[in-house]
Design a protein around this ligand. Structure first.
Ligand code: PMV
Length: 315
C-alpha cells in the first residue's frame, strides 16, 4: 500500500533545547510554535517493496539519514515489510529551517496510513516526536504547545493545538543568511549543552514563565508581548549553547538582529528568533511585512514572507 502526506515546518517561539530522555526524545522544557504556510515536506511511503530505499529531493540516501528513517518506520510497525520512502522539501534541508519537523510529521502520517493504521493526531504526534522532537508540533496548523509531560513512557509529551491558523494573521519573515547544512545537529548540540553549560539549569527553570507569557499574548493577539517573550527565549537558548561552545550565529545573523532592533526603535513592530542555524526568522504584523523586508534587503539579506500554515494532511 502507498500513501502521501504533506506537512509544514513550524518555528518555535518558545524554544525546545535539552532532553530529559534521549531515546524517547522527551524534552527538558515545554515549547510553543507557530506552523508556517508555503514551506512543505511531501512524503510518499510505499509499504511493501523489494528493499528499503530512501530518496530525498530525488537523491538516493544511504548511511545515517537512511538509518534514521528506517528505524523510525520500525516504530510505526515492528514487523514491517521493506519500504520505499520518497520525500521532497520545497525549502532548504537541515539549515535551521525546521526541515526535520515537517519531515517526521509527514513521514509519520504517510507511514501510518500506508501501513493501514489510523492513529489519531495526538498518537501521530507522540510517534513523530521519536523521529525529531519538534516534529510533534507539526501535526497541527496554527499555534501549538508541546508539553514536557511527566510519564516515563512519553505518552503525555505531544503537541496540542492552542489556536487555529485563522486566530491571528501574523507573518514570519525568513532572513536567509546561509543555506548550508548546520555544523552540529540538534541532538548532539543539546547533549553538549546539557553536559557543559553552567547556564543550563537556569534555561530549564525559566521556561515555564515564557510559555505562560507567550500563550497569554497569543490569546489577546498582543505582538509586543509575544515578541518580547520570543526574543527572551531565543537569546537564553543561544546564550546557553554559546556557553557550551556551540555557536550557530554568523556575522550576518547579528547584522539582521541589529537591523530588527533598529526598526523597533523606529516604531516598526519586528522581533527575531533563531534556531540551530544562522538564519533569522522575524515575527511581525501582516501590514508591516513589506516595509521590514525592504529594510532587510538593504543590508543584503535574502528574505521570504510566510504566513500561518495548516495541519499535516494526506493528499
Ligand atoms: O526537533 P529537533 O531535534 O530538530 O530540535 C529543534 C530545536 C530548535 O529548533 C532549536 C528549537 C525548537 O523548539 O524547534
Amino acid at each position: 500500500m502507498q500513501a502521501t502526506a504533506i506537512a509544514h515546518p513550524n518555528i518555535a517561539l518558545i524554544k525546545y533545547w535539552g532532553k530529559r530522555d534521549v531515546p524517547l526524545n522527551l524534552p527538558a522544557v515545554p515549547s510553543l510554535s507557530v506552523t508556517l504556510d508555503t514551506f512543505t515536506t511531501t512524503t510518499t511511503v510505499e509499504w511493501g517493496a523489494p528493499a528499503d530505499r530512501l530518496e530525498v529531493n530525488d537523491q538516493p540516501q544511504a548511511g545515517r539519514p537512511a538509518e534514521r528513517v528506517f528505524r523510525f518506520l520500525d516504530l510505526v510497525s515492528s514487523d514491517r515489510p521493506p519500504c520505499v520512502v520518497r520525500s521532497k522539501n520545497n525549502f532548504p534541508t537541515a539549515a535551521g529551517l525546521a526541515s526535520s519537523a515537517s519531515a517526521f510529521a509527514a513521514l509519520a502520517l504517510a507511514a501510518d496510513r500506508a501501513s493501514g493504521q489510523q492513529r489519531s493526531p495526538q498518537q501521530l504526534s507522540v510517534l513523530s516526536r521519536r523521529g525529531s522532537g519538534s516534529a510533534c508540533r507539526s501535526l497541527w496548523g496554527g499555534w501549538v504547545l508541546w508539553q514536557r509531560g511527566a510519564r516515563e513512557d512519553g505518552t503525555d509529551s505531544h503537541g496540542e493545538p492552542l489556536f487555529a491558523p485563522d486566530h491571528w494573521d501574523v507573518r514570519v519573515i525568513i532572513a536567509l543568511v546561509s543555506a548550508a547544512k548546520k555544523p552540529i545537529g540538534s541532538t548532539a548540540g543539546m547533549l553538549l549543552t546539557q553536559e557543559r553549560s553552567p547556564l543550563y539549569p537556569g534555561w530549564v527553570s525559566s521556561a515555564d514563565a515564557d510559555i505562560i507569557q507567550a500563550r497569554q499574548a497569543i490569546a489577546r493577539r498582543d505582538l509586543q508581548a509575544l515578541g518580547a517573550a520570543m526574543e527572551r527565549s531565543t537569546l537564553k537558548m543561544h546564550a546557553t549553547m554559546i556557553s557550551a561552545g556551540i555557536r550557530y550565529w554568523k556575522p550576518e545573523t547579528v547584522a539582521v538582529m541589529e537591523q530588527v532592533e533598529a526598526m523597533r526603535a523606529a516604531g516598526l513592530g519586528a522581533w527575531y528568533t533563531m534556531d540551530a542555524g544562522p538564519n533569522v526568522k522575524i515575527l511581525c504584523e501582516a501590514q508591516d511585512a513589506a516595509a521590514i523586508t525592504e529594510r532587510l534587503s538593504a543590508i543584503g539579506a535574502t528574505t521570504q514572507i510566510l504566513g500561518v500554515g495548516g495541519d499535516a494532511r494526506i493528499v
